[in-house]
Design a protein around this ligand. Structure first.
Ligand code: ATP
Ligand code: MG
Length: 230
């Protein structure tokens, strides 16, 4: 399903402020080629999540444009973006329902086998089968019976099952244990091939495979390079 998208992304003179707030991004520019993995690092509040939230179009630029394959993404439908972009958010959102329902949300026609395959790919399978009813376990309102790390893994499987060309991972800042972080790290390396990816992680080891690491400060890129250079 990657025929109608290459996955080239450009932020052109993008400025953004949340309602009534000051500018979080001020004339931000970034070009990402198809298949490239970009890592965003930087102190808390620097604007990393804002950059990926704009890409996911949860918000739109106040000024400037975001281009996908050279076209302003506002000219595309939300459905088009949803079918080509998968994301794992910093505060992942689950629906009440089972683990399986939550993963299948990424592709409603997915079979149980596909769901298990995606879960294995992102290293979620092991923890899921240890839950009281495995894939049929109810996650609770908003997923409140699971840890943040577990919710991230389920969103990861959900994102992957749709096989998106563009992939965004905004790793949870708090309450994510070292074990989950390792699990995510390995999954990330496995699933990025062929996709254009934006990864926000808290340890350099998680993003060692990124082609380019951008250090963000106050909404600007203040340094960039690969893992060796930084
Ligand atoms: P962290 O590492 O803690 O996740 P971050 O780099 O992702 O930080 P952002 O979440 O992008 O930072 O926040 C950038 C700025 O925008 C901060 O000053 C933050 O307080 C503000 N901000 C973020 N989300 C909102 C929102 N929904 N409404 C208003 N202000 C916001
Ligand atoms: Mg953030």
């Amino acid at each position: 399903n990657w025929e109608d998208i290459k996955g080239n992304i450009a932020f052109k003179n993008v400025s953004f402020s949340y309602k009534r707030g000051e500018k979080v991004l001020d004339n931000f520019n970034l070009e990402v080629k198809e298949g490239e993995t970009i890592a965003l690092v930087g102190e808390t509040g620097s604007g990393k999540s804002t950059i990926v939230n704009l890409l996911c179009r949860f918000y739109e630029p106040t000024e400037g444009v975001i281009l996908i394959d050279g076209v302003d993404y506002k000219e595309r439908s939300l459905v088009w973006l949803q079918s080509n972009l998968g994301y794992v958010l910093q505060s992942p959102h689950l629906f009440s329902g089972t683990v399986k329902d939550n993963i299948r949300y990424g592709k409603l026609t997915a079979t149980d086998e596909e769901i298990i395959r995606a879960s294995k790919l992102v290293n979620a399978h092991n923890f899921i089968v240890r839950l009281s009813k495995g894939y049929d376990t109810e996650v609770g309102e908003g997923g409140n019976r699971l840890s943040t790390g577990e919710k991230q893994l389920i969103s990861f499987a959900r994102a992957l099952i749709a096989n998106p060309k563009i992939f965004v991972l905004d790793e949870a800042t708090s309450s994510i244990d070292t074990e989950t972080e390792k699990v995510i790290q390995h999954a990330v390396e496995r699933v990025l091939k062929g996709r254009t990816s934006f990864i926000i992680a808290h340890r350099l080891s998680t993003i060692r495979s990124a082609g380019r690491i951008l250090v963000i400060k106050k909404g600007k890129v203040i340094e960039q390079g690969n893992h060796k250079e930084l």
